[in-house]
Design a protein around this ligand. Structure first.
Ligand SMILES: Nc1ncnc2c1ncn2[C@@H]1O[C@H](COP(=O)(O)OP(=O)(O)OP(=O)(O)O)[C@@H](O)[C@H]1O
Ligand SMILES: [Mg+2]
Length: 253
């Protein structure tokens, strides 16, 4: 993975910014191994949802804490921008406000080393993604959209993907689209959030499409999000069976 910053942002609320930030941090910490550099999560949202999730709901309002687990690099979770901006490996969970990028750019830079991940869920979130893409375009930062909470049974999932493909197809916007959707799984995701753990640590969850797609997304981002390996040819979730072909075809073909 590069040492660039990873911002997770969409103007629209409830699209999965915190969910993606928390899972990415766990994935990066785990793949870095015990000797690896700490992964910092800057919870830039006053709701503190990432602080709560990462601390297994033990967060007492402290500005920063360190989450450690055997066999993986530490996660430093903070609400303090100074602590965050001093770290090499940074994931930023952002608030759903239209002014965030502007505020961020007043204290830090974004360059082509950095990535903005934009979870999209629902029609309003598509327009949010477009605004974000326009905002970050002048910085040179990569902007990658990912369709989260997809419900392949609903016809609008396909419509949303078409809208995202259209945004990604515009050369002057420069947005990319991760070519796998993360399906909705309210039951497992709620339990993961309630327990303050990544969803793939719940028993039996790792065989769900949601876990497979989320894992694949996190490792693709961790590998520097190679555009020519999108969707990753290695299949979903390492050695597991690929995500149901029919599910993906319903969405993408
Ligand atoms: N793929 C998914 N399947 C089911 N539930 C999900 C999925 N992704 C996120 N959720 C749930 O949806 C809710 C909103 O997600 P999350 O808090 O990550 O969004 P957000 O963009 O950070 O919201 P906010 O704008 O309020 O910060 C959470 O309860 C989360 O657990
Ligand atoms: Mg959030």
């Amino acid at each position: 993975m590069t040492d660039g910053k990873i911002l997770v942002h969409n103007h629209k609320g409830g699209t999965g910014k915190t969910m993606v930030s928390v899972h990415l941090a766990h994935h990066l910490a785990r793949s870095a191994g015990p000797g690896g550099k700490p992964i910092c999560v800057w919870d830039a949202d006053t709701q503190g949802n990432a602080m709560s999730w990462i601390s297994e709901h033990q967060w007492d309002g402290r500005e920063s804490f360190r989450y450690t687990e055997d066999g993986q690099a530490p996660i430093v979770a903070t609400i303090d921008p100074e602590v965050a901006l001093g770290q090499d490996r940074l994931v930023v969970d952002t608030p759903p406000t239209g002014t965030f990028i502007e505020e961020f750019l007043s204290v830090a830079r974004l360059t082509e080393e950095d990535v903005l991940l934009c979870p999209v869920d629902g029609r309003n979130a598509v327009s949010g993604a477009l605004k974000v893409a326009e905002e970050v375009a002048p910085t040179g930062c990569r902007m990658i959209m990912v369709h989260n909470r997809a419900d392949p049974k609903k016809s609008h999932a396909r419509t949303e993907i078409e809208a995202l493909e259209e945004i990604a197809g515009h050369e002057d916007i420069g947005a990319e689209l991760f070519r796998l959707a993360i399906p909705s799984n309210p039951d497992y995701m709620r339990r993961a959030e309630e327990q303050g753990i990544p969803v793939w640590d719940l028993s039996y969850a790792s065989r769900t499409h949601t876990c497979k797609a989320l894992r694949t997304f996190c490792s693709w981002v961790g590998n520097g999000a190679p555009p020519d390996d999108n969707p990753p040819a290695g299949g979903l979730g390492g050695n597991q069976k690929p995500i149901s072909k029919s599910l993906n075809q319903r969405l993408w073909n």
